[in-house]
Design a protein around this ligand. Sequence first.
Ligand code: ZN
Length: 351
Amino acid sequence: MPGEFEAIGDVVTGGLLARAIEPNAGEAGADGHTHERNCLNCGMALTGAFCSACGQKAHIHRSVRAFFHDFLAGMLNFEGKIWRTLPMLAWRPGEMTRRYIAGERARFISPVALYLFTVFAMFAVLNFTGTLGSNGKHIRGGVMQEGLKTGLAEDQKQLAKLEVERKAALAKGKSVADIDRRIAGEKADMADIQKVMNGGTFASVQVDKETPSWIRPFAENVAKDPDLVSMKVQDAASKYSWLLIPLSVPFMWLLFPFRRRYNTYDHAVFVTYSLSFMMMLVITGSLLVAAGLSGWAGLLFFVPPFHMYRHLKQSYELGRFSAIMRTMALVTFAFIAVALFAAATVAIGAM
Ligand SMILES: [Zn+2]
């Protein structure tokens, strides 16, 4: 009888019927071992150690040992690949992108997996180091405090310069009304920064008749509960982080309008690896700041254009000049894409 069913040739039906005839098929024995004539995943008749249709192992185990084996194999597989992928992404991003596109898919972490992993790691690190500020009212430590300190020092310098200008103007008998106005502005800025450093919120959002009507509902929400809005913005940013990929791909079409050799798949791989690298920079930067090394973190601002240049040059096999031109365009595009994304998430958060 089983021969007849094999002759049907319909893979799925064959498997189902085989299972119906042999009720024990697919159930493990006392030793947790299975002995199969058909693939347990898709029903195809087995000829070797692996299913020729779907690739699943012919013999599977159903034991605690097998579970740990799967767990360990998964970890080691990921770990093996990630230590091959990360150094390549940092130093030879274009070579990796080209090899991935050309077909070495199993060797590296796929762009999408790397991207999702990095988004997850980035939000975990940013929350852990307090970079995002766990809520709007208490911006603790991290990048934010460093930024505020720098801002305050900058304002102080500016104020001292204005005081000198004012003295000089007075000595010459010139009007100081304009300088006085700028001094008042600096002082107001410094008072705002100090208020935030002491655990306050930024100059509170006020909704009055000057507020444009389209922005009023958003502004009211921010004024009412800045913590909730900040949480919703973070939530939206992580939930819709994948949007950065489709937002960036059209820019790549613009960068390579006449290069038929490179298609949308290639651009998507390039963009996704590139964005993953930039998020890793954010992770590195906030860890450096958290460790009190903000000077080193500042240097990271120079890395993206350099990385983009090398990534573009190697991925698309460009000459130095066209790589520089395209890097300049890409840096501009990146700012636009990030600004669009930020505007969208803030809008969603304040809705
Ligand atoms: Zn199968």
